[in-house]
Design a protein around this ligand. Structure first.
Ligand code: NAP
Ligand code: MG
Length: 499
């Protein structure tokens, strides 16, 4: 029965999960919100309500933070042997992998992305980060120092978990964003309260079951569904939280910073972007066309590192714009659960209206549409992959993050690398960039000159658990993934002993 009311293509187990009564996960227990309130979850392919989840508010945040505080101050997690913590994180990875299809179905149903992509990207990358971080538990170590202070001393550092961590995540990669945050915090021995995005709570709620089954002690991970203002704000401001890690818009990132000021909790932020993709005249043109199209259209442009500003050398500008427009026109836009779908609906009605509004504003300001430019139907939140030309700084579509499948193409004429770097760096953001060239010297010079946390050469959107990811400028503070992310969740203590 349940399958028919949601989508006939999803499995019975996923349908049963979606329609079951959902609960918050606090102190190892599945609980309703203290107020009893719930809010609806939508299928963006149809706009229909598929289920309801608890609406956590301050009282639930307090319960979750208390549980995390107890688990940190007196529970076993930070005191477990490093290898035992690693073993439990590895078990989490195994369990997610065992439920790969269900997770992929949930991501597709809830976020709108193609099931086929969630199955080969979102879920496997989630498994990878848990395994990668499981490996780090046994390698977190301090150093010894030959100090020169008069006398005889033995000095060393300890790396200790930062404490209770609040994590607030967005909806574009619901499971993967949870994993990027949870896996390193847990590897370091922290305890966590995570608030899922209101638009996409389902895979995070499924993850609660996995943590429970993996044998995580109560209170180590607490999972809340709720709204930004109702649950996110009190969590970010909570005095018993030692650190807040946020991914989302730059605007809300600034609010998080203010909320954190009360007890000066540590803050890391992974925010927006307006990433350039720069194509030089010696690039392999077909490869660059496919690559820069995928740079913007992957995940419907709902990537913080989307290649949303395309700079192409004038010699090949027409050819590349025509090629990218052709790719845009050929993308199959359909519900994510349709096996032939290459692009699903945008995540929500709000995002759909916002992206269409940006396209309208671009056209109003003089942009020319060479592909897409409209919604695909009146049913669901589908927007055509869109290419805009005749755009320039000062236009909203060029200056602001659209977070949808819309790219602004601009020619550049100067052979002088400094000139194109100046244009590429002309943004408040600095998350990522890609360079398309066969010339080694250009590739290295441009990679050095770009003010961005990630530079891809002849590729875009290549992620790995081992590689740090994060922003320069207003794209954020700190890094996700790699060895580097451990710094987000560790304190350094210097110990000096007179001998
Ligand atoms: P957002 O408003 O920044 O939301 C991100 C997370 O913060 C969500 O969990 C949200 O809760 C929560 N939140 C909102 N207001 C808060 C507050 N005052 N205090 C604490 N937490 C709060 O992002 P969005 O609404 O999902 O998307 C808006 C724009 O953000 C997008 O159009 C895009 O430009 C950008 N964005 C960037 C990324 C990225 O990866 N860098 C990801 C997603 C979105 P709710 O779920 O209730 O809103
Ligand atoms: Mg929001």
């Amino acid at each position: 029965m349940a399958t028919l009311t949601i989508d006939p293509r999803i499995s019975h187990s996923t349908a049963d999960f979606v329609t079951a009564g959902h609960k918050l996960y606090i102190d190892g227990k599945f609980l309703s919100a203290a107020s009893g309130k719930t809010f609806p979850v939508y299928n963006p392919a149809t706009g229909e309500v598929i289920t309801h989840v608890p609406e956590a508010e301050s009282e639930d945040v307090n319960r979750a933070v208390s549980a995390a505080r107890r688990a940190f101050d007196s529970g076993p997690w930070p005191r477990l042997s490093a290898s035992e913590r690693g073993r439990i994180l590895w078990r989490v990875a195994d369990l997610i992998e065992q439920h790969l299809e269900e997770f992929a179905e949930l991501e597709s149903l809830d976020n709108g992305k193609p099931y086929t992509i969630a199955r080969i990207a979102d879920v496997p990358l989630t498994v990878d980060i848990f395994r990668y971080m499981a490996g780090w538990t046994t390698k977190i170590a301090g150093k010894t120092f030959p100090i020169s202070f008069p006398g005889d001393f033995h000095s060393y550092t300890l790396r200790e978990p930062i404490g209770v961590v609040a994590q607030i995540i967005p909806w574009n990669f619901p499971l993967l964003m949870a994993a990027w945050k949870l896996a390193p915090a847990l590897a370091c021995g922290c305890t966590v309260v995570i608030k899922l995005a209101e638009q996409t709570p389902l895979s995070g709620l499924k993850l609660a079951q996995i943590f429970d089954e993996a044998g995580l002690p109560p209170g180590v991970v607490n999972i809340l569904t709720g709204y930004g203002e109702g649950a996110g704000a009190p969590l970010a401001a909570h005095n018993d939280v030692d650190k807040v890690a946020f991914t989302g818009s730059t605007e809300v990132g600034k609010l998080i910073l203010k909320a954190a000021a009360g007890n000066l909790k540590k803050v890391t932020l992974e925010l927006g972007g307006k990433s350039p993709a720069i194509v030089f005249p010696d690039a392999r043109i077909d490869h660059a066309i496919q690559g820069t199209a995928s740079a913007i259209f992957f995940n419907h442009g709902q990537c913080c590192c989307a290649g949303s500003r395309l700079f192409v050398h004038e010699k090949i500008y027409d050819q590349v714009v025509e090629g990218v427009s052709k790719v845009a026109g050929s993308i199959k836009v359909a519900p994510g659960l349709d096996p032939s779908s290459q692009m699903g609906p945008l995540v929500s009605d709000e995002q759909y209206r916002k992206v269409l509004g940006y396209i309208e504003s671009g056209i109003h300001d003089g942009a020319r549409v060479t592909a897409g430019g409209a919604k695909t139907s009146d049913h669901g939140y589908f927007v055509q992959p869109t290419v805009l030309t005749n755009t320039h700084p000062g236009m909203k579509v060029v200056d602001e993050e659209i977070f949808g499948p819309v790219v602004c193409a601009t020619p550049f004429s100067d052979a002088d690398i400094e000139a194109i770097l100046k244009q590429a760096n002309d943004t408040i953001y600095g998350l990522a960039a890609s360079v398309w060239t066969e010339n080694l010297s250009i590739a290295h010079k441009v990679s050095r000159g770009l003010r961005a946390g990630t530079v891809w050469v002849n590729c875009h959107n290549v992620f790995d658990a081992a590689l740090p990811f994060g922003g320069y400028k207003q794209s954020g503070w700190g890094r996700e993934m790699g060895e580097e992310v451990l710094n987000n969740y560790l304190e350094t203590k210097a110990v000096t002993m007179a001998l």
